[in-house]
Design a protein around this ligand. Structure first.
Ligand code: 13P
Length: 249
Protein backbone atom coordinates (compact mmCIF):
# COMPACT_ATOMS: atom_id res chain seq x y z
CA UNK A 1 0.00 0.00 0.00
CA UNK A 2 1.45 3.33 -1.05
CA UNK A 3 0.64 6.13 1.37
CA UNK A 4 -0.72 9.19 -0.47
CA UNK A 5 1.31 12.41 -0.48
CA UNK A 6 -0.17 15.86 -0.96
CA UNK A 7 2.53 18.48 -1.46
CA UNK A 8 2.23 22.22 -1.98
CA UNK A 9 4.84 24.03 -4.06
CA UNK A 10 4.49 27.70 -3.25
CA UNK A 11 6.98 28.84 -5.93
CA UNK A 12 7.88 32.53 -5.41
CA UNK A 13 4.88 33.33 -3.25
CA UNK A 14 4.53 34.28 0.44
CA UNK A 15 6.70 36.18 2.87
CA UNK A 16 7.47 34.79 6.32
CA UNK A 17 4.51 36.72 7.79
CA UNK A 18 2.18 35.38 5.11
CA UNK A 19 3.52 31.89 5.80
CA UNK A 20 2.63 32.17 9.51
CA UNK A 21 -0.87 33.36 8.57
CA UNK A 22 -1.26 30.41 6.19
CA UNK A 23 -0.34 27.83 8.84
CA UNK A 24 -2.58 29.42 11.46
CA UNK A 25 -5.55 28.92 9.12
CA UNK A 26 -4.41 25.63 7.53
CA UNK A 27 -3.49 23.52 10.55
CA UNK A 28 -6.92 23.28 12.18
CA UNK A 29 -8.33 22.17 8.81
CA UNK A 30 -5.96 19.19 8.55
CA UNK A 31 -5.53 18.37 12.25
CA UNK A 32 -7.30 15.02 11.78
CA UNK A 33 -5.92 14.23 8.32
CA UNK A 34 -3.85 11.13 8.96
CA UNK A 35 -4.54 9.42 5.64
CA UNK A 36 -1.68 11.07 3.77
CA UNK A 37 1.69 12.76 4.06
CA UNK A 38 1.44 16.55 3.84
CA UNK A 39 4.36 18.58 2.53
CA UNK A 40 4.71 22.34 2.04
CA UNK A 41 7.57 23.85 0.03
CA UNK A 42 7.81 27.60 0.73
CA UNK A 43 10.49 29.99 -0.59
CA UNK A 44 13.85 29.86 1.22
CA UNK A 45 13.19 33.04 3.21
CA UNK A 46 9.97 31.57 4.64
CA UNK A 47 11.41 28.15 5.58
CA UNK A 48 12.12 29.09 9.19
CA UNK A 49 8.60 30.48 9.65
CA UNK A 50 7.10 27.36 8.06
CA UNK A 51 9.19 24.98 10.17
CA UNK A 52 8.33 26.89 13.33
CA UNK A 53 4.61 26.99 12.43
CA UNK A 54 4.47 23.28 11.56
CA UNK A 55 6.39 22.14 14.65
CA UNK A 56 4.53 19.39 16.50
CA UNK A 57 2.39 18.57 13.45
CA UNK A 58 2.96 15.89 10.82
CA UNK A 59 3.40 18.49 8.06
CA UNK A 60 6.81 18.19 6.42
CA UNK A 61 8.58 21.27 5.08
CA UNK A 62 10.63 21.11 1.89
CA UNK A 63 12.90 23.43 -0.08
CA UNK A 64 12.21 24.19 -3.73
CA UNK A 65 15.76 23.78 -4.98
CA UNK A 66 19.32 23.17 -3.79
CA UNK A 67 22.87 23.18 -5.07
CA UNK A 68 24.68 19.84 -5.39
CA UNK A 69 27.88 21.01 -3.69
CA UNK A 70 28.08 20.83 0.09
CA UNK A 71 29.44 24.40 0.18
CA UNK A 72 31.46 26.70 -2.02
CA UNK A 73 31.70 29.91 -3.99
CA UNK A 74 28.24 29.66 -5.57
CA UNK A 75 26.61 33.04 -5.06
CA UNK A 76 22.88 32.80 -4.48
CA UNK A 77 22.80 29.06 -3.92
CA UNK A 78 21.69 26.90 -0.97
CA UNK A 79 23.13 23.50 0.01
CA UNK A 80 21.41 20.35 1.24
CA UNK A 81 23.01 20.78 4.65
CA UNK A 82 21.56 24.29 4.91
CA UNK A 83 18.08 22.96 4.12
CA UNK A 84 18.48 20.23 6.74
CA UNK A 85 19.59 22.77 9.33
CA UNK A 86 16.59 24.95 8.47
CA UNK A 87 14.37 21.98 9.36
CA UNK A 88 13.51 20.69 5.88
CA UNK A 89 12.76 17.02 5.34
CA UNK A 90 12.61 17.19 1.57
CA UNK A 91 13.43 19.26 -1.48
CA UNK A 92 11.81 19.76 -4.88
CA UNK A 93 14.30 19.04 -7.69
CA UNK A 94 14.07 19.61 -11.44
CA UNK A 95 10.79 21.52 -11.50
CA UNK A 96 9.90 22.45 -15.09
CA UNK A 97 10.16 26.16 -14.24
CA UNK A 98 13.76 25.59 -13.23
CA UNK A 99 14.42 23.56 -16.36
CA UNK A 100 12.71 26.20 -18.51
CA UNK A 101 13.97 29.47 -16.99
CA UNK A 102 17.16 28.56 -15.11
CA UNK A 103 18.87 26.05 -17.37
CA UNK A 104 18.37 23.00 -15.15
CA UNK A 105 19.59 19.87 -16.96
CA UNK A 106 19.01 16.17 -16.33
CA UNK A 107 22.62 15.96 -15.20
CA UNK A 108 22.09 18.77 -12.71
CA UNK A 109 18.93 17.07 -11.46
CA UNK A 110 20.95 13.90 -10.94
CA UNK A 111 23.67 15.69 -8.97
CA UNK A 112 21.11 17.51 -6.86
CA UNK A 113 19.20 14.29 -6.20
CA UNK A 114 22.37 12.59 -4.97
CA UNK A 115 23.27 15.57 -2.78
CA UNK A 116 19.78 15.60 -1.26
CA UNK A 117 19.89 11.86 -0.57
CA UNK A 118 23.34 12.09 0.99
CA UNK A 119 22.06 14.77 3.37
CA UNK A 120 19.05 12.69 4.38
CA UNK A 121 16.48 14.77 2.49
CA UNK A 122 13.59 13.30 0.48
CA UNK A 123 14.03 14.39 -3.14
CA UNK A 124 10.76 15.31 -4.88
CA UNK A 125 11.95 14.94 -8.46
CA UNK A 126 9.83 16.48 -11.22
CA UNK A 127 9.53 15.29 -14.80
CA UNK A 128 7.09 16.19 -17.56
CA UNK A 129 6.71 16.96 -21.24
CA UNK A 130 5.86 20.25 -22.95
CA UNK A 131 2.81 20.66 -25.17
CA UNK A 132 4.95 20.51 -28.34
CA UNK A 133 6.52 17.27 -27.10
CA UNK A 134 3.14 15.73 -26.33
CA UNK A 135 1.73 16.78 -29.70
CA UNK A 136 4.84 15.40 -31.39
CA UNK A 137 4.23 12.00 -29.72
CA UNK A 138 7.42 12.47 -27.72
CA UNK A 139 5.97 12.16 -24.23
CA UNK A 140 7.45 8.74 -23.50
CA UNK A 141 10.82 9.62 -24.99
CA UNK A 142 11.05 12.79 -22.90
CA UNK A 143 9.95 11.03 -19.71
CA UNK A 144 12.43 8.23 -20.32
CA UNK A 145 15.32 10.69 -20.77
CA UNK A 146 14.35 12.71 -17.73
CA UNK A 147 13.88 9.58 -15.63
CA UNK A 148 17.14 7.93 -16.64
CA UNK A 149 19.01 11.22 -16.37
CA UNK A 150 17.67 12.05 -12.92
CA UNK A 151 18.28 8.62 -11.42
CA UNK A 152 21.51 7.59 -13.12
CA UNK A 153 23.81 5.59 -10.83
CA UNK A 154 21.40 5.56 -7.90
CA UNK A 155 21.28 2.38 -5.84
CA UNK A 156 17.90 0.69 -5.38
CA UNK A 157 18.02 1.72 -1.70
CA UNK A 158 18.55 5.35 -2.70
CA UNK A 159 15.83 5.20 -5.32
CA UNK A 160 13.38 3.88 -2.75
CA UNK A 161 13.62 7.25 -0.96
CA UNK A 162 12.52 9.26 -4.01
CA UNK A 163 9.15 10.92 -4.53
CA UNK A 164 8.53 11.32 -8.26
CA UNK A 165 6.26 14.07 -9.59
CA UNK A 166 4.79 13.89 -13.07
CA UNK A 167 4.02 17.46 -14.11
CA UNK A 168 3.10 17.96 -17.76
CA UNK A 169 4.36 21.47 -18.52
CA UNK A 170 1.20 22.34 -20.49
CA UNK A 171 -0.93 21.72 -17.41
CA UNK A 172 1.06 23.91 -15.01
CA UNK A 173 -0.65 27.16 -14.08
CA UNK A 174 -2.90 26.91 -17.13
CA UNK A 175 -6.06 25.55 -15.57
CA UNK A 176 -5.76 22.77 -18.12
CA UNK A 177 -5.37 19.57 -16.07
CA UNK A 178 -4.40 16.28 -17.61
CA UNK A 179 -7.39 13.96 -17.46
CA UNK A 180 -7.03 11.34 -14.74
CA UNK A 181 -6.59 8.75 -17.51
CA UNK A 182 -3.79 10.73 -19.20
CA UNK A 183 -2.01 11.23 -15.91
CA UNK A 184 -2.42 7.56 -14.99
CA UNK A 185 -1.01 6.48 -18.35
CA UNK A 186 2.11 8.60 -17.81
CA UNK A 187 2.45 7.28 -14.25
CA UNK A 188 2.28 3.70 -15.56
CA UNK A 189 5.00 4.50 -18.04
CA UNK A 190 7.19 6.00 -15.30
CA UNK A 191 6.58 3.03 -13.01
CA UNK A 192 7.66 0.74 -15.83
CA UNK A 193 10.87 2.77 -16.14
CA UNK A 194 11.45 2.28 -12.41
CA UNK A 195 11.01 -1.48 -12.82
CA UNK A 196 13.40 -1.51 -15.78
CA UNK A 197 16.12 0.56 -14.11
CA UNK A 198 15.73 -0.84 -10.61
CA UNK A 199 13.37 -3.72 -9.79
CA UNK A 200 9.66 -4.45 -9.45
CA UNK A 201 9.97 -4.02 -5.68
CA UNK A 202 11.12 -0.40 -6.06
CA UNK A 203 8.62 0.22 -8.87
CA UNK A 204 5.62 -0.93 -6.88
CA UNK A 205 6.68 1.05 -3.80
CA UNK A 206 7.42 4.25 -5.76
CA UNK A 207 5.05 7.10 -4.99
CA UNK A 208 4.25 9.16 -8.08
CA UNK A 209 2.54 12.53 -7.61
CA UNK A 210 0.63 14.29 -10.34
CA UNK A 211 1.07 18.05 -10.73
CA UNK A 212 -0.56 20.58 -13.03
CA UNK A 213 -3.67 22.61 -12.18
CA UNK A 214 -4.71 20.32 -9.31
CA UNK A 215 -7.73 21.89 -7.59
CA UNK A 216 -10.26 20.85 -4.93
CA UNK A 217 -12.71 19.91 -7.69
CA UNK A 218 -10.41 17.56 -9.64
CA UNK A 219 -8.31 15.92 -6.91
CA UNK A 220 -10.80 13.13 -6.22
CA UNK A 221 -10.86 11.95 -9.84
CA UNK A 222 -7.08 11.98 -9.99
CA UNK A 223 -6.63 10.12 -6.71
CA UNK A 224 -9.15 7.49 -7.81
CA UNK A 225 -6.65 6.30 -10.42
CA UNK A 226 -4.62 3.29 -9.46
CA UNK A 227 -1.12 4.64 -10.05
CA UNK A 228 -1.65 8.21 -8.89
CA UNK A 229 -0.29 8.38 -5.37
CA UNK A 230 -0.64 12.06 -4.65
CA UNK A 231 -0.42 15.58 -5.96
CA UNK A 232 2.10 18.38 -6.25
CA UNK A 233 -0.03 21.48 -6.06
CA UNK A 234 0.98 24.99 -7.13
CA UNK A 235 -1.59 27.78 -7.15
CA UNK A 236 -4.23 25.97 -5.12
CA UNK A 237 -1.76 25.31 -2.28
CA UNK A 238 -1.47 29.03 -1.51
CA UNK A 239 -4.92 29.25 0.02
CA UNK A 240 -5.38 27.34 3.30
CA UNK A 241 -8.96 26.33 2.53
CA UNK A 242 -8.32 25.06 -0.98
CA UNK A 243 -5.12 23.24 0.00
CA UNK A 244 -6.92 21.65 2.96
CA UNK A 245 -9.74 20.57 0.63
CA UNK A 246 -7.16 18.89 -1.60
CA UNK A 247 -5.47 17.21 1.37
CA UNK A 248 -8.86 15.97 2.52
CA UNK A 249 -9.80 14.63 -0.93
P1 13P B 1 -0.29 24.66 -10.59
O1 13P B 1 -0.98 23.77 -9.60
O2 13P B 1 -0.39 26.12 -10.24
O3 13P B 1 -0.69 24.35 -11.99
O4 13P B 1 1.28 24.32 -10.48
C1 13P B 1 1.70 23.00 -10.51
C2 13P B 1 3.12 22.93 -10.15
O5 13P B 1 3.98 23.38 -10.89
C3 13P B 1 3.49 22.34 -8.86
O6 13P B 1 4.86 22.15 -8.76
Amino acid sequence: MRRPVIAGNWKMYKTAAETRDFFRAFQPLVAGSNHCDIIVAPPFTALAAAVESARGSAIGIAGQNLHWASEGAFTGEISARMLVEAGCRGVVIGHSERRQYFGETDEGVNRKTKAALAAGLTPIVCVGETLAEREGQLTHTVLQHQFEGAFAALTPAEFSRILLAYEPVWAIGTGRTATPEMAAEAHRYLRDRAAAQFASEQASALRILYGGSVKPDNIKGLMAQDGIDGALVGGASLDPKSFAAIVNF
